[in-house]
Design a binder for this molecule. Structure first.
Ligand code: FAD
Length: 578
């Protein structure tokens, strides 16, 4: 990251809003050698917990950036979830039993949004960036070459920032979204939530999430780091459900009010003390119809807001950022076609819509106050919970959705494969284009995710057939040539059985898991995977044809139409930023 502004006074990317989405986007762009500025209207970082559940997919992303340990240091590993209906425990799920074995993060990490933001701010600082606080975007003008963002800065003056591209990650009330005229269709739920981050004394354990349905009431206990420290959330049982819409978290509430409501909705003897954050808020579900308008993008809460059911909000924003940043870098720095930027909307909008629909279903199932739903819940909740407890594939599917490991993008121009007719069914069932690259052991102490470090492309060459010295010579030369000629930063890894023992040019496969996870086996003993910086398979073939991969990369990075993304001269990405 430079001082943020190129010599012509136009910054490559202006990020508006330094919540988790904007901070991650800025860090990823800086890593990619893009000049980026990030502004936030608040004069200081937020102190409130707000979101707290970091899902497995986000942890995988943080791990690839070297940030997972910092998150784990600050968090509590939640081991499972228990569900109560009308005072009876109807389900108890341990994440150990549910989580698939293709992720190192088969749990939910409870860490406050303020701490996540602090880690991302530190990361940005390491890359030479800083958040320009007290700077509020008020309006924007777009022309063919750039976007002018009008700001009210910390000194109280009006100023303008010219940027080639703008990311609006300015939250639920996004100025960028409004300035772009994007609709934000949806509604506000009728319930009012009460929330307290406090010390909780109660008869149940404190390492699991606990959900309570009682009559028309709903409550949740969500453990946070620290002895007996937790977030409790409860639908206000006293308030009429049709008040004027409040902004989320906008109104204060007394601790004893939350305590009373929580006791009422759990039927338990609970004492709350030492509150660190108290809030009364309404929940909305809304989404934009377009994530891109010309040179402007919306991401995170600016693009979608939904109920906290399933802890999806912040995680979805983080994945928006990871999806968009490398595409912007490819267009700005490496001359990729402008159409690549459209794939941000094409890929992330359906994910946002699915999250909206699923969280709405979950929320309505547990918190809808209407009489027939309450009546049905009494009968259905135990049955659904029992089914979920009994049937492993159902549990697994639920975990894949909530953890965001199951997200897949539709194949198209930028997501493709060249699979031969005779490819095995194991290969066909393997991670095709648009699917997340899974983790798997390559040996006793190493796994695929050790190789996929850094926000860059990775070419993974896999051979279950043992390779001779000549094979290794030829393949490693081809892979090195691919890395050298790839327009964007890339690394190549050859994982194979070897006829000559360990060789520094390959990762000797000392476990078959890596092959199983990537569909390599009888009938398809070899395969080549190109994995994108955000961890999704961009392209694959059931051979070791590196030339075919080069052809695909040429297509992705083919120069765009006139006036579209153009390569700008930038200093090479510094080593420490890689
Ligand atoms: C009370 C409350 C409880 C929540 N609980 C949960 C939860 O339990 N689980 C969960 O997953 N999510 C929860 N969320 C939602 C979660 O906090 C969001 O999904 C997440 O913060 C989205 O991150 P973001 O970066 O997209 O937006 P935000 O975190 O909202 O960040 C937007 C940033 O933009 C800045 N900004 C706004 N306008 C401008 C402007 N014009 N110019 C410059 N800067 C601007 C703001 O100051 C802010 O820093 C909760 C939110 C609230 C308010």
């Amino acid at each position: 990251m430079t001082d943020g502004t190129a010599s012509d006074g136009v910054v490559d990317v202006l990020v508006v809003g330094a919540g988790p989405t904007g901070l991650l986007a800025a860090g990823l762009l800086a890593r990619s050698g893009i000049s980026v500025r990030i502004i936030d209207k608040n004069t200081s970082a937020a102190k409130e917990t707000r979101a707290f559940g970091v899902q497995a997919r986000s942890l995988e992303l943080f791990a690839s950036l070297g940030l997972a340990d910092a998150m784990l240091d600050r968090g509590l590993v939640a081991t499972g979830v228990q569900v109560f209906a009308e005072g009876e425990r109807v389900a108890e799920l341990s994440f150990d039993d549910i989580a698939p074995n293709d992720t190192p993060y088969g749990f939910l990490l409870m860490v406050s949004q303020s701490e996540i933001e602090a880690v991302l701010v530190d990361d940005l600082a390491r890359l030479g960036g800083t958040v320009e606080r007290g700077t509020e975007a008020t309006a924007l003008d777009r022309d063919a070459d750039a976007v002018t963002v009008h700001v009210h800065d910390a000194s109280g003056s009006e100023a303008a920032i010219r940027a080639r591209y703008v990311i609006g990650s300015d939250g639920a009330h996004s100025t960028v979204r409004k300035a772009l005229g994007l609709s934000f269709a949806g509604a506000t739920y009728p319930q009012t939530f009460l929330l307290a981050d406090a010390t909780v004394r109660w008869p149940l354990g404190s390492d699991r999430l606990s959900l309570f349905m009682r009559g028309s009431g709903f409550a949740a206990f969500l453990p946070l780091r620290g002895r007996d420290y937790a977030r409790v959330m409860v639908v206000d049982p006293t308030e009429a459900s049709s008040g004027a819409p409040l902004a989320q978290g906008s109104s204060p509430v007394e601790l004893d009010v939350v305590e009373r409501a929580f006791r009422h909705s759990t039927g338990l003897d609970v004492t709350l003390s030492d509150p660190r954050w108290l809030s009364r808020y309404r929940v909305h579900h809304r989404g934009v119809d377009r994530y891109r308008v010309g040179r402007c993008f919306v991401a995170g809460d600016a693009a979608h807001i939904h109920s906290p059911a399933g802890g999806q909000g912040m995680n979805t924003g983080l994945q928006d950022a990871a999806n968009l940043a490398w595409k912007l870098a490819a267009v700005i720095r490496h001359g990729a076609a402008d159409a690549l930027l459209d794939s941000y909307h094409d890929e992330r909008w359906p994910v946002g819509q699915a999250v909206l629909a699923q969280t709405d279903r979950m929320f309505s199932a547990v918190a809808d106050p209407s009489g027939w739903v309450v009546a049905l819940r009494k009968v259905l909740a135990p049955a659904v919970a029992a089914t979920l407890t009994r049937i492993a594939p159902l549990r697994n599917r639920a975990f894949r959705f909530v953890s965001q490991l199951g997200i897949r993008y539709e194949p198209g121009r930028f997501l493709a494969e060249e699979t031969s007719e005779g490819a095995s069914s194991r290969w066909r069932d393997g991670p095709g284009p648009g699917r997340r690259a899974p983790d798997a052991a390559t040996g006793r102490h190493r796994d695929v995710f050790d190789l996929l470090a850094g926000y860059r492309f990775h070419l993974l060459a896999l051979s279950r057939e043992p390779l001779s010295r000549e094979d290794i010579d030829g393949l490693s030369a081809e892979l090195a040539g691919f890395v050298r000629d790839c327009p964007a930063p890339a690394e190549a890894h050859l994982v194979a059985h070897s006829l000559v023992g360990r060789d520094e040019r390959l990762v000797q496969a000392e476990s078959a898991r890596v092959f199983d996870a990537y569909g390599i086996g009888p009938g398809t003993p070899r395969g080549l995977y190109l994995i994108r910086p955000d961890g999704y398979v961009a392209w694959r073939t059931d051979s070791l044809d590196v030339t075919a991969c080069r052809r695909f990369v040429e297509r992705v990075f083919a120069p765009g139409s006139p006036g579209a993304g153009r390569a700008v001269r930038l200093p090479p990405t510094p080593e420490h930023a890689r």
